[in-house]
Design a protein around this ligand. Structure first.
Ligand code: SF4
Length: 222
């Protein structure tokens, strides 16, 4: 039986795709944010975690060296934990790398896969939260960066707009509400979702819905 958390706890990586508009099922994040992760069953992952860790660590260490060579004081991973408590929920995250040099700072996330809009959204959330959570980032120029294997994506200081904060605030309030957030089952999202049918009866299964998928309607209009 899923056990309710004492208060709503949201990881930035649970919501970046909702903010970027790549995912629409808010219920998945609502459930994870309000129920203890060890109290419900999860789908087994086909993700190659070992390989990912090796590639990610290599790219992160190279990035660390690059920023140190440029004169930054560099902090990585668990040195960068953010826990920002709002009135309705806690927003939490761990940027891969933070570099500080004089009045300039940069928060970096390292990505080994294909570029995606949610990568920028994730870094924007770090930029938003860092300024509020850690006084070191209040009066400095804070830039964001997504580092890929073959290029960087820079996110300039000042990119955290009022509109972005309003969207994030609205999502956080929906995730902390007693009324469950909206479920949007689809083949695309359900196949990557860790929630099982034990807790989400609406979960879309390709096998069960294969009749629908195989029987296409046809038209002569084009
Ligand atoms: S299984 Fe599908 S409908 Fe259920 S929470 Fe996950 S994405 Fe949403």
């Amino acid at each position: 039986m899923p056990k309710r958390r004492e208060s709503t706890y949201v990881w930035i990586t649970w919501v970046n795709r909702l903010i970027s508009g790549e995912d629409y099922c808010e219920w998945s994040s609502w459930f994870k944010s309000n129920y203890e992760g060890n109290s419900y069953r999860k789908e087994p992952s086909s993700f190659d975690a070992a390989n990912w860790h090796i590639e990610h660590t290599t790219l992160l260490q190279n990035t660390r060296q690059r920023f140190e060579n440029e004169g930054y004081k560099v902090f990585i991973q668990n040195q960068n934990a953010i826990k920002l408590q709002g009135q309705t929920a806690m927003l939490s995250g761990i940027p891969d790398l933070i570099g500080i040099s004089g009045n300039s700072a940069v928060v970096v996330d390292v990505k080994t896969g294909q570029p995606s809009p949610s990568h920028s959204t994730q870094v924007l959330m770090y930029m938003y939260a860092l300024e509020k959570y850690d006084s070191r980032f209040r009066d400095v120029s804070l830039e964001g960066m997504v580092v890929y294997a073959d290029h960087d994506l820079r996110i300039p200081d000042g990119s955290v707009t009022e509109k972005f904060i309003s969207n994030l605030g609205g999502l956080m309030r929906r995730l902390s509400a007693d009324v469950p957030a909206v479920k949007v089952p689809s083949e695309q999202e359900c196949s990557f979702c860790p929630i099982t049918k034990d807790d989400c009866a609406e979960k879309f299964f390709l096998q069960e819905d294969s009749d629908k998928k195989d029987k296409f309607s046809t038209t002569d209009d084009f």
